[in-house]
Design a protein around this ligand. Structure first.
Ligand code: GUN
Ligand code: ZN
Length: 435
């Protein structure tokens, strides 16, 4: 017997054929909408009065009152073992990694520490309405195994991988090319494709990976071509300089990765700030994904991702926190920072439709996950959130004066945070509730 349930409230999502360019026309909004779910999969979405007749007699919809129902948010790049080092004062990338991040990640060698940290990280994502994330674990096999186990127990759609790093970091965080290969392979065989989990081979970035380590990563990707690859690219000017010294023969940072043969549609590059035209062109040509991390980029003083140029070159763009170089888990706060940095450049500001497209269907498309998630098309997994648009006094006051859907969404994008997310559902089941 299949299980049918339904949710009633205002519903907002993007149509299948929406793009960043057409987001403002390709959405659906139902003031009194109904979302019908069968066995965790979307069956129908539309105006409640038109769809109520499709419900079996014994099913009454969960009423969400004035709540706004939308697809769960995606975060295309984040680090599970870093919340214990969030908000470390005063440094740019390389000093920040050595001063705050590596010492914290070293604690994940202890499985008990990792279990607590992983649980905190996943629950905090859900509390913030993020239902899918591509995440780095630490470099430790057991910590990574536990991260998968806990994501599986929660039935989250997650891409994750053991961080590969064999140089230029403290001993307790390093692996070696052999264990990088062996551990990744073991974890792929155990977790890739189980439930809603997928593996991402995760060489941290070129300064932390010897050529042997990179070749181990490449070998794994060749043996398991449908896994993801995730790494960092061109985040900080001193990092770019360092890579230039490590790879003097390469045209640029991206070319050094390219020489290893790891560019492609399932390769996720965090940051991509200081890229040349050639690099943008090559990213687009190979379908590689640029993960835009505006909050992290501001926090570490890394620079401003050139959204306009990335769009012009046709690069696949995903949105991300880069926790814990961001100061928030909230994709709404990431959107707020994204708007502010596009405003600094004063070219084309990030519109609310583009913003909500990016945190849902847009990033799902960039991550090649849009056949499964990202909107409420029938057949997709019913990952969704219910937002309380009057969660704070300021929101309530300002929302009462909202003049249009665009205005409502923009206010949400500027003033929203974890408090706005009232409920989070994974594959149709309640996974987090504040009320
Ligand atoms: N580059 C290499 N590792 C990291 C990391 O953990 N965070 C960020 N922001 N950049 C990195
Ligand atoms: Zn990162």
């Amino acid at each position: 017997m299949s299980e049918i349930n339904a949710h009633r409230g205002a519903i907002f999502h993007f149509k299948d054929d929406a793009t960043l360019q057409t987001a403002a026309e390709k959405y659906e909004y139902f003031g009194d909408g109904l979302l019908i779910i069968e066995d965790g999969i979307v069956k129908a979405v539309g105006p409640a009065d038109a769809l109520m007749g499709q419900l079996p007699k014994d099913v009454s919809p969960v009423p969400h009152g004035a709540g706004l129902i939308m697809p769960g948010f995606l975060d295309a790049h984040c680090h599970a073992p870093q919340p214990g080092a969030i908000a470390g004062y005063g440094e740019e990338l390389l000093e920040w990694l050595h001063g705050y991040i590596f010492p914290e990640e070293a604690h994940f060698a202890d499985p008990a520490y990792a279990e607590v940290g992983n649980a905190f990280f996943l629950d905090e994502l859900l509390r913030n309405g993020t239902t899918t994330a591509a995440m780095y674990s630490s470099s430790h096999m057991l910590a990574t195994d536990n991260l998968f186990e806990q994501a599986y127990a929660r039935n989250m759609r997650v891409i994750a991988g053991k961080t590969l790093m064999d140089q230029d970091a403290p001993e307790g965080t390093l692996d070696n090319a052999q264990s990088a290969y062996d551990d990744s392979k073991t974890l792929i065989e155990k977790w890739h494709g189980k439930g809603r989990l997928q593996y991402g081979v995760t060489p941290r970035f070129l300064p932390a990976c010897s050529p042997e380590e990179m070749r181990a990563a490449v070998k794994i990707k060749q043996e398991f071509p449908d896994v993801y690859v995730q790494t960092h690219l061109s985040e900080n000017i001193h990092e770019v300089d360092l890579v230039r010294r490590l790879y003097p023969e390469s045209l640029d940072y991206l070319d050094a990765y390219d020489q290893y043969g790891i560019l492609g549609e399932k390769t996720l590059f965090g940051h991509c700030i200081h890229l040349s035209d050639r690099e943008f062109e090559r990213m687009a040509e190979t379908g590689s994904v640029a993960c835009w991390c505006p909050d992290s980029n501001s926090f570490l003083g890394s620079g401003i991702f050139d959204l306009v140029r990335a769009k012009r070159y046709g690069v696949n763009i995903a949105l991300a926190t880069d926790l814990c170089a961001s100061t928030t888990f909230s994709m709404l706060e990431v959107l707020c920072e994204g708007y502010k940095v596009t405003a600094l450049r004063a070219e084309t500001k990030l519109s609310p439709f583009q913003g909500f497209y990016l945190v849902t269907l847009g990033t799902a498309k960039a991550l090649s996950l849009d056949t499964a998630i990202g909107n409420f098309s029938p057949g997709k997994e019913a990952d969704f959130i219910v937002l309380d648009l009057s969660a704070t006094p300021l929101l309530r006051y300002r929302m009462a004066r909202a003049k249009s859907l665009q205005d409502t969404l923009f206010v949400l994008m500027m003033l929203g945070n974890d408090r706005v997310v009232d409920k989070t559902y994974l594959a149709g089941r309640l996974a987090m509730s504040k009320s």
